[in-house]
Ligand binder design. Structure first.
Ligand code: SF4
Ligand code: SF4
Length: 216
């Protein structure tokens, strides 16, 4: 029995060496096929991210920080803020992906990561972005954003001017109205005085009555 096992131990390496039988996967050159539901390193579409930070707020491990990245869309993401993920803390739960309102953050299929220092596994939007605008595209979008902002500012200014003009026109009739009301005021004041005089005479009459009763 022992002999047979010893022969087997020698024969197996000879067989694999001569017949080129694959014993292990040739990692990292050949990666194993991952299932569809595999949650690997995140992938970010920087062209559609709106910088809302919903992903950062929902993350249970607080591993997402919003940082500046210049290859996004300034029309959609005005502050140009994109997620940076600390993989030292990430547990690949996928909550950030579920929460993203524009579905620009997905779980990728890349699963390997290595580094000499802690900061090597904190991945910036530059690393995560699988889609981004070029320098020229960003410049064009910035020019478009400036044009829209200038248009909005001009429209706001015009609206404020119109509002001020309307207010001025509305003030005139109120002044006239105020003068009419002022004229009416003395009459209104006179009435209570008359009333008070009448009440005084009534008071005097009422005082006189008990005296008569008292005499009888
Ligand atoms: S996968 Fe989970 S732990 Fe990782 S960044 Fe997203 S929300 Fe945070
Ligand atoms: S990745 Fe999604 S959730 Fe996160 S900031 Fe961008 S749009 Fe918002």
């Amino acid at each position: 029995m022992l002999k047979r096992n010893m022969i087997k131990n020698f024969s197996w390496p000879l067989k694999t060496a001569t017949r080129e039988i694959e014993i292990t996967r040739l990692y990292p050159e050949v990666m194993m096929e991952l299932p569809a539901a595999e949650r690997g390193i995140h992938e970010l579409d920087a062209t559609t991210c709106i910088g809302c930070a919903s992903c950062a707020r929902i993350c249970p491990n607080s591993c997402i920080e919003m940082v500046h990245f210049k290859f996004g869309n300034p029309l959609k993401n005005k502050k140009m803020q994109f997620p940076q993920i600390d993989y030292g803390r990430c547990m690949f739960c996928g909550l950030c992906v579920d929460e993203c309102p524009v579905e620009c953050l997905t779980m990728g299929k890349k699963v390997t990561m290595a580094g000499w220092e802690r900061k090597d596994i904190v991945k910036s939007p530059d690393f995560l972005a699988t889609k981004r605008f070029s320098d020229k595209e960003v410049k064009d979008l910035e020019a478009e954003a400036k044009r829209i902002a200038a248009e909005k500012a001009a429209a706001k200014k015009a609206a404020a001017k119109d509002g001020a003009a309307k207010e001025g026109a509305a003030k005139k009739p109120t002044k006239e109205g105020a003068s009419v009301a002022e004229k009416k005021k003395p009459e209104a004041k006179a009435k209570p005085e008359e009333g008070s005089a009448a009440s005084e005479t009534k008071k005097e009459e009422s005082k006189a009555e008990p005296k008569e009763g008292g005499a009888s």
